[in-house]
Design a protein around this ligand. Structure first.
Ligand code: PNS
Length: 166
């Protein structure tokens, strides 16, 4: 059984994340979407909200689980018997950080391999921070996120739940 971890902050999950997930589920027997609990990124959605949105967005996949993790990603991956970490690579500017993280993770645990997947080119510009910015400025995020996330963003921002540095 080939198990992969798909980690991230997912604040919120975007269509770009789902495109990567769609590719990952075809390569692995099981994919665990793993929401980083101690994100230094000051997320606008709570951990539980991010998990709930991911569960709803990924409900069509039988071989996908959603959970959160703390601590070192590679330790968590090993505890799940995962042999791969899936990361999306959109543009060259992603590469430096991703390469650094992949090599550090490999140094920590040789047996957990990082696998980079490229999303459909129509998502190369898309990120959670772009989505938050557009939503905060009352732009239409219809093409960027699933409907459930669009509704959650509206609710969150109406409730004044955004922060300027998120
Ligand atoms: O979606 P993001 O914010 O780019 O995801 C980054 C994430 C959560 C995958 C990364 O920060 C991470 O792995 N954090 C866990 C702590 C860890 O293992 N750090 C060492 C990586 S070299």
């Amino acid at each position: 059984m080939k198990i992969a971890i798909y980690p991230g902050t997912f604040d919120p999950v975007t269509n770009g994340h789902l495109d990567i997930l769609d590719r990952a589920v075809k390569l692995f027997d099981k994919v665990i979407i793993s929401v980083a609990r101690n994100s230094t990124k000051n997320p606008i959605f709570t951990e539980d909200e991010r998990i709930a949105l991911l569960k709803a967005a990924a409900k069509k996949y039988k071989n996908v689980r959603v959970e959160s993790f703390t601590g070192l990603l590679v330790e968590y991956a090993r505890s799940k018997k995962a042999t791969a970490i899936v990361r999306g690579l959109r543009v060259i500017s992603d590469f430096e950080y991703e390469f650094q993280m992949a090599l550090a993770n490999r140094r920590l645990h040789e047996d957990v391999e990082t696998v980079f997947l490229m999303p459909n080119e129509k998502y190369t510009y898309l990120s959670s921070s772009i989505v938050r910015e557009v939503a905060r400025l009352n732009g239409n995020v219809r093409d960027f996120v699933p409907p459930i996330v669009r509704r959650a963003l509206k609710k969150k921002l109406r409730a004044g739940g955004s922060s300027t540095n998120a």
